[in-house]
Design a protein around this ligand. Structure first.
Ligand code: GLY
Length: 420
């Protein structure tokens, strides 16, 4: 079959790598892709936020299956446009993707199905929001309601920080995303990511992971899009996964179906685990990045079968065949990230690295120039390895990192520390 993947990050390189392993795949196109993707698939220049353009592209290229990677095209209704055109599509409708695109909507769903989550209040004006913070005190969490490219959540450790976040949001710094603000109680515990496929009725957990959001070793410094991840997440034990399914994920899926907006795709639940119980931090309507890099290395070719079963409403008959092993990915980022960084520095040594079912360098912000790979973004490479133990996976990933010659980049040296 001919498959189109939308997106350009490490997540989409990992999805493309897994899809490519599957003999069902004849032609694989990734739009817009990156330099790493271009080594295993065709890349195409396409406005992935434009549903009509995606549908036309699919018709011109005889695409049988569309996999939508990032949240922006989902929120823009690209999955709706594809399905309306009769295309088999992996990814939720815009109405269902509100679980990521609106924090207030997610809270509404949690209320409706009694899913455990932090207490909260919603505001459309600064003055009552400021008064609420003054009454509640810190730490407290301030969230822009809408999509803000990962920057819309402020975990404020002081009241002053929370008030500054309110001012930023209502002064337009977050655009339309900040027109409404959700203020949540601060939750303590350990955070982990839980990935569940659903066709709107059935649900199939497909793995757990933990990422490292801070830029510096020891989880210090500013937040980033994620500096590394590993799978599985030990804190998400079988018992916690069952509780999260029973109390959070399955009630959410049922509530979405009851409202006439069934959720189809991957539901990524960010969970806070404390005393053996999970509470919902947030939903994402897509695979995590960099969590997908470790999930795909562990799932391999079956990832396509699972996504097809999801899109075709056959999830009840699907199952995951897990290797009992671990995967870990180290993100290499351009010097300066998450602040200002330079583009264009050359990355050497990638060709000499092993790339097989246990070792992969998934590209994010890369481009090709005169036959060389150059940095073209903040997060640039995801150096990923599997091992019988997490320590083995970590050792293999850092051995690859050490063989990459890129003075323009850096990485954390402690990915996996919490689980190790
Ligand atoms: N790793 C966090 C995210 O994908 O949102």
């Amino acid at each position: 079959m001919n498959i189109l993947i939308l997106g350009s990050g490490g997540r989409e390189h990992a999805l493309a790598w897994a899809v490519k392993q599957n003999p069902k795949t004849d032609r694989l196109i990734v739009a817009p892709g990156n330099a790493g993707v271009a080594q295993l698939a065709e890349v195409a220049d396409l406005d992935i936020l434009d549903g009509a353009a995606v549908v036309t592209f699919c018709a011109e290229n005889a695409i049988d299956f569309v996999i939508i990677g990032p949240e922006a095209p989902l929120a823009a209704g690209v999955a709706d446009a594809c399905r309306a055109a009769g295309l088999l599509t992996f990814g939720p409708s815009a109405a269902a993707a509100r679980l990521e695109a609106s924090k207030a909507f997610t809270k509404e769903i949690c209320d409706a199905c009694a899913a455990p989550t932090a207490g909260y209040a919603r505001f459309t004006e600064a003055a009552p929001a400021r008064a609420y913070i003054a009454a509640k005190g810190a730490p407290i969490v301030v969230k822009a309601d809408g999509l803000a490219a990962g920057k819309g959540v402020i975990v404020a450790l002081s009241e002053a920080e929370a008030l500054a976040a309110i001012d930023d949001m209502f002064s337009g710094e977050f655009g339309a995303a900040g027109a409404e603000v959700v203020i949540e109680d601060f939750m303590t515990g350990e955070e982990a990511s839980f990935f569940v496929l659903t066709d709107g009725i059935s649900a199939l957990p497909i793995g757990t992971a933990q990422d490292h959001k801070r830029v510096g070793d020891g989880d210090t410094g500013p937040n980033t899009g994620g500096m590394g991840a590993y799978s599985p997440a030990p804190v998400l034990t079988e018992a916690v996964q069952k509780q999260a399914m029973d109390e959070i994920v399955l009630p959410t899926i049922a509530e979405m179906a009851r409202r006439g907006t069934p959720y189809q795709g991957v539901l990524y639940a960010g969970l806070m685990i404390e005393n053996g119980r999970a509470r919902l931090v947030e939903y994402n309507a897509r695979f995590g990045d960099p969590e997908t890099q470790v999930l795909m290395l562990r799932l391999g070719a079956q990832a396509l079968d699972l996504m097809l079963a999801c899109a075709e409403g056959r999830l009840a008959e699907a199952q995951v065949n897990w290797a009992d092993d671990h995967a870990l990915t180290v993100v290499m980022a351009a010097n300066g990230y998450p602040g200002p960084y330079a583009k264009g520095s050359q990355i050497r040594g990638l060709e000499e690295l092993p790339e097989d079912s246990r070792h992969m360098v998934f590209h994010a912000g890369t481009a090709e120039r005169d036959g060389s790979t150059i940095a073209a973004g903040g997060r640039v490479l995801n150096v990923t390895a599997r091992g019988a133990t997490l320590a083995d996976a970590q050792k293999a990933a850092y051995a690859m990192v050490d063989a990459i010659d890129w003075p323009g980049g850096f990485c954390r040296r402690d990915i996996g520390w919490r689980a190790l």
